[in-house]
Design a protein around this ligand. Sequence first.
Ligand code: SPV
Ligand code: MG
Length: 309
Amino acid sequence: MQDQSQSVLANGPDSTDISHSETLRAQVCSSSELAFLMEAHDGLSAAIAERAGFKGLWASGLSIACSLGYRDANEASWSQLVDVVERIVDSSRLPVLVDGDGGFGNFNNARLLARKLRQRGAAGVALEDSCFPKINSFVGDRHPLADVDEFSCLLRAVKDTVADDLILVARIEALIAGHGMDEAISRAHAYADAGADAILIHSRRTAADEILAFARAWQNRLPIVIVPTRYYQTPVSAYRKARISTVIWANHSMRAAMAAMRQVCGRIIAEENTASIEPEIATLDEVFELLRYNELARAEERYLPELRC
Ligand code: SPV
Ligand code: MG
């Protein structure tokens, strides 16, 4: 049974003895166990993921953009991202790996982003070698890659700025951009040399063949992180066998929420009544319990004694 007094709205990163980055490093970088990171795009989705039993969170650029009504094309600013990350961090005790896109500019923007993410209690940042403004990896065919030397220097600048306070995941978009495995592997080596802690290799195929081929060629020089959004049919046993380090379930809470909201809106429009949907949606008591309204009531007893009369 989870300690409910700590689960949601804890005091952020200071409330734990071990730093979030150490926890994430243990999961992503030094564990022989396959780790899972669950997408969160706000405080509520973070709290729900923690309650479900996940041990780490992915602050997804796509899902955060979507929840703000933006496209995943750097329409949300870095400061909007940082603000949402703060809510995610504050709403669970889990380490949060933040999707930092391409760093929102050059090395200077990327190291500023990393510094701000550290201040807000993130555990790590993933930076991808796409050009600003990026577009989601599954949209269209135009995915120009950043220059490998420039992106390596950007990673170096981030590492020099945040050292081990944030896990630095270098994400390779070469396969998304239509380049071959050689390009992906040579970029991975360049990013490892630049100080990355782990490599995220992304693929838009519906089978995991590219990812597994990458893992074979890479030979575990650094831990591998994957995002099986399109190749969801592959069982995770294949990733364990390939010694993949971390699987990110990148957008499933956002998509589940979208489907549920669409359905409920449609039914209320059609039925002009909520009676039939009541049994299918979260009760208000569940909302109050998850967000620990009881803690507030106890605090009022303590700090607002006049309420007693
Ligand atoms: C995200 O969740 O924003 C990601 C993963 O970057 S993907 O959408 O698959 O590119
Ligand atoms: Mg993204």
